[in-house]
Design a protein around this ligand. Structure first.
Ligand SMILES: Cc1cc2nc3c(=O)[nH]c(=O)nc-3n(C[C@H](O)[C@H](O)[C@H](O)COP(=O)(O)OP(=O)(O)OC[C@H]3O[C@@H](n4cnc5c(N)ncnc54)[C@H](O)[C@@H]3O)c2cc1C
Ligand code: FES
Ligand code: FES
Length: 1304
């Protein structure tokens, strides 16, 4: 029996879909067909977990439903036939939060909230199978869920509360927190009574109760026998028979079978990258063959069916293999697999069949010489191959698999007698896909050894290495193993990064030999204990005011239930979808553009660009019967200079005189492209997938021009974005004299790479034409007012015709100050052309390719010091890689004025050039250009410390800036607490003790080294000049509620929550009565870009002033109504008293005698970091992080601590795992969430402790004496860099190396 229907249950309701396209994913179906937008898309390649859903199937043997987490973005819809699928909407709502949602919401575990539904569903799947998991199981389950905002601590703490008793920071007495008895180990009181400890107590929250969850649908338990599925999509026809015989019959009957898949997850993903509608193929799937989903034990071997997932393969080994060392080693390897979601759904056989070295099973299979059973569909016969036989055909063909053969089972010995070992090294600590994996086996009796590594395309047996290993293991010989690895690696000599991979392979072999010899492994211990976090802050009196209280994010419940809406969630009738056509050249003249192939795709509506108007000709295109005819027409049309822009519209709207960041970047490239990824045009289609695929079919012919891709090339060519550099500090003569006068003169160079924002919501815009040429634009911008002016300019209409609305951003970090121009301009032009609403939501690949990043920087410096290491004079020249257009680059260049970082330099001069290169136009990123300058200063001081022979921490301390010092920028360090934070963090972290322990550890450990370091952060706020203005509109409604619009954007930083607290306090109304509506330019106009850590500073003042003005008006009525707010409002309205007020205010300076150009206050802090480094592999882990920050009188300690932890972890990524790679053509080579490595839960330190300084120095003109906090904590990650440097220095000096490792 054959069917084309699939039936499954979604959140309890039965859903039947007839003939689902094999390429249709579960996520697309949920989001765009059912409008269940709680399932978020941040990567669309299975790498981030935002789209996680829980999938349950009935397990006949165990007679219960088994739940797994799965990535909806890579799961083909046909796979969920017969399953119960639960999405975030199905388990709770804002009105009735699920316990997981409650804990994440209340635990301050959401910031922008984009990742939150994914975390909820991963935890849900785990708890449904295992209601009381260990902390380790929880952390492991979460490794496939990434978060760019929180730094994970609150997520882990909230979810680990399901695992163990929690009693605030001391964890029910189990934690090692120094505040427990009011005294730390060295007897210093840590906690005064007015200091609160811990933010949340989970004890009082709902428990997870399996019995109140959605039941597994009984109809699925008694479901009838499966039928053959036959589905026919636009490009793929898929047959999924239920028996091998039927599979064989189908194979024989079909003229062409292009692919035989297991789940088809990987195959569908690969196929989706091919744009051509002609890429038609026929697939067979083994997924429905019950006999291939079994585990049997036959003749001393475990037969693991090829239809099983990787998790099921592991469980089969765990349940049936009798050799514990064997099982543990395999599990150890798979504990480093990059995601549980993939492990739970993808098949082991799909990985093995590819023979790809980076898939761990291939290396394992080869090293252990397992066997695999194959079935020939043509001859209906079986054969069994060893690993050597299966992989023998690797050169040329992938495996020895014939095109008519399918893998049916893996054969693993039940009681293996040999010892085995495994190894995996990824780009980040804990779990990741492999840079290099390895496995080995040793049979003591025969003395035979096999070692395999996966380093490049295919796994390789290290035969010479194995021979030496045999000698060493059998007879204790000390034969040189490194030389053998080098000899085996000769085959890779022409491969990229071969030196690096060879050295990792050596470490792998050394490690595995210890294990095979039955010794302790020497490498870094990846095991994790339960998190021991601590948060200390000034206790607020809850009875008085919401200001000062650690309230959760105002939208936290909406985040965790998936009800929070982002741009791509907006529901608009008749919405069309645009996808960009990007340049594939770094610098070239466009010779011709041919969209004919794209326009011929069903569902495509138009091609839009800066040159040719094709829309009017679309019907003409369709009327042509052959592709050739279309091509001829298109080449004729491409010579006609029509513009898709309407008359008066500007292609370069950022050149209007009133746009403060002048930029010459066009909406679409005009004649010339200047970087890979630059938008050339866009395709508009009925749905997103069609638009994206068709956009790749637009053919662009180029004539290459010389391109400048690196900073070195730009410096040599004097390719700058401005005519003059930014210069601050002493004159050239004065700095030369100061350097000359210094007893010691040093010079050096250092550089730091860029950083990708990786906000989880990609750049997105939805543009809606209204009557009278009015437009409503929903867009992911941090600069709504700029967006308004630019949209109007593109169409040549007045600005008052355009309203920009921003409900929230799924993260911004500065990247959405200008970044949303990339989809917004094209969407505007397209919508104007087709007179319909158009959405342009960038795919992650397109977002990374087209948008600006943090500027890479290169520093050349000279420094004069005294014999103690005191800085006397510094002259620094900085180069920033600006990219092809100005964007924020010239403004970031001004940050050279903060190049003294948190140090005092009596004589300093800083110069900075922004370089013009043919790369992405780099932009603002959290902390602007400061991370680069802090990194420079940290490197400079390390050099000074090395020269004077003093510890790095001592030299840093010696040079710290103090209150009243004049900074390089010319401002006095006002209201500045860095020295206090530094002292406090030394005490809080017990720095002296840590250092002694570290030294003792390093003496006794040859390979693993520790380093402990302190770094400071400081940022002058607010920002003198036009940025110091904020706007708010406050409306008092007659039922006693308050509606507010503020002129700045909520992007996860908690701005709306703080503003709500400020308004509630100012009006003296309950916090719950105040609602912040979206940022909308028809409510608050001419606002400044949201960023720079000043949103609460400026808009808080505006809200407070508006509230005070309104209160003044209703005061007489309040008195008459005995303080009854609702009655007073009614009375005031009757008396025609205004009940709405709008205020634009600037930061008060005159009243507090603050000079116009000074920063009124500085946010400062210090962090102490302890790291452990495996000096053979370079792998490291953070053991502890202690942070003390001065945030003034915190308006909301929970949010401030969230910013501190999140900022620190983002800086940690910059310092260690994150690196943007370019290939020789200027294309970003790791432009995805899979290949660009942001930190994961595994990278969070076990001890992560944050203290808000109790008594800071506050500027009285600040809103409730608070300080801005968003950016400064990121700079604390320089402490990680220092600590790593110390650890590595310790290795190189122990190793008697004559050259200190260079580390920058
Ligand atoms: C985000 C992500 C992270 C990952 N991380 C890791 C990691 O850390 N470590 C790791 O090892 N792997 C990792 N992988 C790889 C993953 O394990 C494989 O992609 C997956 O197992 C392939 O199985 P599938 O069911 O999707 O294959 P399918 O799509 O079903 O098949 C893939 C191909 O294999 C062949 N094939 C499949 N089944 C058979 C069969 N029975 N007989 C013959 N040929 C067959 C076909 O040619 C088919 O095209 C990751 C993948 C993703 C998406
Ligand atoms: S969107 Fe699915 S895993 Fe990232
Ligand atoms: S809160 Fe996790 S990505 Fe923003």
């Amino acid at each position: 029996m054959t069917t084309s229907k699939i039936t499954f249950f979604l959140n309890g309701n039965e859903v039947t879909v007839d003939n689902p396209d094999p390429e249709l994913t579960l996520a697309t179906f949920l989001r765009y067909k059912l409008h269940l937008t709680g399932t978020k898309l941040a990567c669309e390649e299975g790498a981030c977990g935002s789209c996680t859903v829980a999938i349950a199937r009935w397990n006949k043997e165990e007679r219960k439903a088994k739940f797994v987490s799965a990535n909806a973005c890579i799961t083909p819809l046909y796979l969920v036939d017969g399953a119960l699928v639960l999405t975030v909407e199905g388990i709770g709502s804002q009105k009735r939060l699920h316990p997981i949602q409650e804990r994440l919401s209340s635990g301050n575990a959401t910031q922008c909230g984009f990742c939150s539904p994914g975390f909820v569903m991963t935890a849900y799947a785990l708890l449904r199978n295992n209601p009381s998991p260990t902390a380790d199981e929880i952390r492991s389950a979460l490794v496939g869920n990434l978060c760019r905002c929180t730094g994970y601590r609150p997520i882990l703490e909230a979810l680990e509360s399901f695992a163990r008793p929690s009693g605030g920071c001391c964890m029910g007495g189990k934690g090692g927190c120094p505040c427990k008895d009011g005294k730390s180990e060295n007897g210093v009181p840590e906690k005064s009574p007015d200091v609160a400890c811990g933010l949340v107590n989970y004890e009082q929250m709902q428990k997870f109760d399996e019995t109140s969850e959605i039941i597994f649908p009984p109809t699925l338990i008694v479901a009838s026998e499966q039928q053959t599925l036959s589905i026919n999509g636009k490009r793929i026809t898929l047959y999924s028979p239920t028996t091998l015989e039927e599979l064989s019959a189908k194979f024989k009957s079909l003229p062409n079978v292009d692919n035989i898949v297991s789940t088809g997850i990987l195959a569908r993903f690969n196929h989706s990258q091919v744009p051509s509608p002609a890429a038609r193929s026929t697939w067979l799937s083994i997924q429905r063959i019950e006999t291939l989903k079994k585990v049997d034990v036959v003749d001393g071997e475990i037969l693991i069916g090829s239809g099983l997932s990787i998790s099921e393969f592991l469980s089969a080994i765990r349940s049936n293999c009798k050799t514990a060392q064997y099982v543990d080693t395999i599990e150890e390897l798979y504990a480093k697999y990059s995601s549980d979601q993939v492990k739970n759904t993808a098949s082991w056989s799909g990985a093995l069949a590819t023979a790809a070295a980076k898939f761990d099973i291939c290396t394992l299979f080869l090293a252990l010489n397992w066997r695999v059973r194959l079935y020939n569909l043509s001859t209906s016969s079986y054969r069994t191959l060893t690993a050597d036989q299966l992989f023998s055909g690797v050169n040329g063909s992938k495996t020895a698999l014939a095109s008519s053969e399918v893998i049916t089972a893996l054969l693993v010995p039940v009681a293996p007698t040999h010892r085995i070992a495994s190894f995996k090294h990824g780009m980040r600590f804990g779990a990741d896909d492999a840079v290099l994996n390895a496995a080995a086996s040793y049979q003591a009796g025969t003395g035979s050894c096999r070692i395999a590594v996966g380093a490049y395309h295919k796994p390789l047996l290290l035969q010479k290495t194995a021979q030496i290993a045999e000698l060493r293991l059998k007879s204790g010989s000390s034969a040189d193993i490194s030389t053998a690895v080098e000899a085996d690696f000769e085959v890779f000599s022409d491969q990229k990064d071969v030196d690096y991979k060879r050295s990792i392979a050596k470490a792998a072999v050394i490690d595995m030999l210890s294990v095979l010899a039955g010794e302790e492994r020497d490498g870094l211990d990846v095991a994790r204990n339960a998190l021991e976090p601590l948060q200390l802050y000034k206790a607020a009196d809850d009875s008085i005011t919401p200001v000062g209280r650690p309230l959760r994010h105002a939208a936290a419940d909406r985040h965790t239930t998936g009800e929070a809406q982002y741009v791509d969630d907006v529901k608009i009738h008749d919405l069309k979808h645009a996808a960009l056509v990007h340049s594939t050249e770094a610098h070239a003249r466009i010779l011709s553009i041919d969209p004919s192939e794209a326009l011929a795709v069903e569902g495509v509506l138009a091609y839009v660009d800066a040159t040719v108007n094709f829309l009017n000709n679309l019907s003409l295109f369709r009327s042509f019967e052959t592709r050739d005819a279309c091509c001829i027409l298109s080449s004729v049309l491409s010579t006609i200079p029509f513009q898709d822009l309407p008359p008066g519209g500007l292609l370069r709207p950022c050149q209007q005189p009133f746009i403060h960041l002048q930029d010459n970047a066009p909406v679409f490239a005009e004649g010339v492209v200047e970087m890979v990824g630059q938008p050339i045009g866009c395709i508009v289609a009925e749905d997103v997938q069609t638009a994206r695929r068709a956009a790749k079919l637009v053919r662009v012919e180029y004539e290459r021009l010389p391109a400048i891709l690196t900073m070195e090339e730009a410096i040599a060519a004097r390719s700058y974005l401005s005519e003059k550099p930014e210069i601050y500090g002493k004159s050239e003569e004065d700095i030369e004299a100061a350097l000359k006068a210094a007893p010691i003169l040093l010079e050096g160079e250092c550089s730091i790479g860029g950083q990708e924002h990786m906000y989880f919501e990609t750049q997105s815009s939805v543009v809606v034409p209204m009557e009278n040429d009015e437009w409503t634009v929903y867009t992911s911008t941090q600069s709504p007012s700029d967006a308004q002016y630019l949209c109007a300019a593109i169409l040549g209409i007045p600005a008052n015709n355009v309203v920009i609305k921003v409900k929230r951003l799924g993260g911004g970090f500065g990247g959405k100050g200008t970044g949303d121009r990339i989809p917004r301009g094209p969407a505007m032009v397209a919508a104007n052309k087709i007179r319909k609403p158009v959405s342009c939501v960038l795919h992650r690949y397109d977002d990374v390719a087209a948008t600006g990043k943090r500027h890479p920087a290169l520093f050349k410096y000279r420094v004069g010091i005294d014999g103690d290491g005191r800085l006397l004079a510094v002259h620094v020249l900085e180069y920033l890689q600006g990219g092809y257009s100005t964007d924020h680059s010239l403004s970031v260049a001004t940050v050279i004025q903060y190049a003294d970082a948190c140090f005092h330099v009596p004589a300093m001069r800083g110069e900075c050039w922004a370089l013009k290169t043919n790369t992405t136009s780099n932009t603002a990123f959290r902390a602007y250009g400061r991370p680069q300058t802090f990194f420079f200063m940290e490197t400079l001081i390390a050099k000074v410390a090395q020269r004077v022979g003093r510890p790095l921490n001592e030299v840093k301390r010696l040079n710290l800036a103090r209150e009243g010092d004049i900074a390089l920028c010319g401002s006095r360090f006002n209201n500045f607490c860095l020295p206090e934070c530094w002292n406090e963090v030394e005490r809080f972290s017990q720095f002296d003790k840590l250092q002694k322990e570290c030294d003792a550890f390093n003496k006794n450990s040859a390979r693993i080294k520790r380093g402990v370091a302190i770094s400071g952060t400081v940022q002058g706020l607010t920002i003198p000049g036009f940025m110091e203005q904020g706007t708010a509109l406050v409306q008092l409604l007659l039922d006693g509620t308050v509606r507010i619009n503020v002129g700045t954007v909520e992007m996860g930083q908690g701005l709306n929550t703080k503003i709500t607290q400020i308004a509630a306090a100012a009006l003296n109304v309950p916090y719950e009565k105040v609602l912040i509506i979206e940022m909308a330019t028809d409510k608050t106009a001419n606002t400044v870009e949201s960023g720079g850590s000043i949103g609460t500073d400026i808009c808080g003042h505006a809200v407070k002033k508006a509230c005070e003005k309104l209160l003044e008006g209703i005061k007489p009525h309040m008195e008459q109504c005995d303080g009854d707010f609702v009655k007073a409002l009614a009375a005031a309205w009757m008396a025609k008293v205004p009940l709405q007020a709008s205020e634009t205010v600037s930061v008060e300076r005159k009243a507090h005698a603050m000079p116009d150009n000074d920063h009124p206050y500085f946010t400062s802090g210090a962090a102490c970091v302890l790291v452990e480094v495996d000096c053979l592999t370079g792998e490291h882990k953070l053991k502890s992080v202690d942070i003390v920050m001065d945030v003034g009188d915190s308006i909301n300690p929970a949010l401030d601590i969230g910013q501190i932890e999140g900022g620190f972890i983002q800086g940690y990524g910059l310092t260690t795992s994150e690196e943007i790679g370019y290939d020789e053509s200027g294309r970003i080579s790791n432009g995805s969430l899979y290949s660009y490595k942001i930190p994961t839960v595994h990278m969070v330190p076990e001890h992560f402790r944050v203290k808000l300084l109790e008594k800071g120095r506050n500027y009285p003109g600040q809103i409730y004496r608070s300080k801005g906090i968003g950016e400064p904590p990121l700079l604390l990650a320089t402490a990680v860099h220092s600590a790593l440097r110390i650890a590595i220095d310790s290795y190189s000096s122990n190793a008697n190396s004559s050259v200190l490792l260079t580390f920058c």
